[in-house]
Ligand binder design. Structure first.
Ligand SMILES: C[S@@+](CC[C@H](N)C(=O)[O-])C[C@H]1O[C@@H](n2cnc3c(N)ncnc32)[C@H](O)[C@@H]1O
Length: 289
């Protein structure tokens, strides 16, 4: 069946983003967050090629790229664990999963949950094969194809959520996805997601967002950094919203009832989030319906 895409967009519009999943997948592995199966040769290669840039950004401007990545990943983990342990969540959907090991880690720790990973068809097929070869794939840990730009058809959000139990609470995650898109696309996705989640007894959406923090002491260098990410991924990397309040307002406009914006620097020390000299550039959004 044909897939109806957001106006003016084709599948090619975001397929260029997929290689970046190998880089982050290798970062998670490097920091002890995953098993060797998640570290691809391409991820290792990309990490080696980009190492001088990361080193220079850290030395010259104090911008530690891996620290920002770890802050986002670990804080999303912490909020998810809280939702499972204290919120009774038994269903998790991770969109744009790439080579993230979170599904595997969560299923190991909480065998009673159902974890659905989802990504563009090619990346979903690779992830499914990875899990199958390791013997981790099953009814409670599966991988589906999705395209957040698809409004209808087999890759749409409606198809992705069709297989879930709406009487049970669900957490949806997107990580490393939103800032590849312009704000109208992000907000259309948020609206479509909120519409899907409305049918569940309880739903939480976790994501990270890199805001346009014009007051950040390294703002100019940051602009240079996001320009570089855009070039490397052959797309763009626009920063969205100039304050936490603006993020929360946008989330509510799109249909979420309650939106919390978390700054990793202001989280309790026991979370052991990596801290640095510079204020964090990333925010975690926790939106509920
Ligand atoms: C930077 S990677 C992040 C992967 C993983 N979440 C992580 O943090 O390691 C971005 C991911 O978004 C996926 N992606 C890109 N466009 C997408 C779309 N339109 N719908 C769903 N996933 C998409 C890519 O295939 C890729 O796996």
């Amino acid at each position: 069946m044909a897939t109806l895409m957001l106006q003016g967009m084709t599948r090619k519009d975001s397929a260029h983003i997929s290689p970046s999943a190998h880089y982050t997948g290798f970062v998670w592995f490097r920091h002890g967050l995953s098993e060797p199966a998640f570290a691809s040769d391409f991820g290792r290669f990309a990490h080696r090629v980009l190492a001088p840039i990361s080193w220079a950004a850290k030395r010259a401007f104090g911008l530690d790229i891996e620290r920002f990545l770890l802050q986002r990943h670990l804080l999303i983990d912490a909020r998810l664990v809280q939702a499972i342990e204290q919120g009774g969540v038994t269903q998790v959907v991770e969109i744009a999963c790439g080579l993230s090991p979170r599904g595997r880690r969560m299923r190991k720790r909480f065998p009673h949950i159902t974890y659905v990973e989802a990504d563009l068809p090619d990346m979903a097929a690779s992830k499914r094969e990875l899990l199958r070869v390791q013997g981790w794939l099953g009814a409670q840990h599966r991988v589906e194809a999705v395209d957040i730009l698809a409004e209808e058809g087999p890759l749409s959000l409606a198809s992705l959520f069709a297989g879930l139990d709406r009487t049970k609470p669900v957490v949806v995650i997107t990580e490393g996805l939103l800032n590849y898109f312009e704000r109208p696309v992000v907000e259309r996705f948020w609206r479509a997601l909120a519409a899907q989640l409305r049918g569940f007894s309880q739903a939480t959406y976790l994501t990270e967002l890199y805001p346009d923090l014009t007051e950040h002491p390294r703002y100019r260098q940051l602009r240079w950094g996001v320009w570089l990410i855009g070039k490397l991924t052959r797309g763009g990397y626009p920063l969205h919203y100039q304050s936490e309040a603006a993020i929360a307002d946008a989330g509510k406009e799109c249909g979420f009832r309650e939106v919390r914006v978390l700054d990793p620097d202001r989280q309790p020390a026991e979370l052991n989030l990596p801290r640095g000299e510079l204020a964090s550039l990333v925010r975690i959004v926790e939106a509920r319906l």
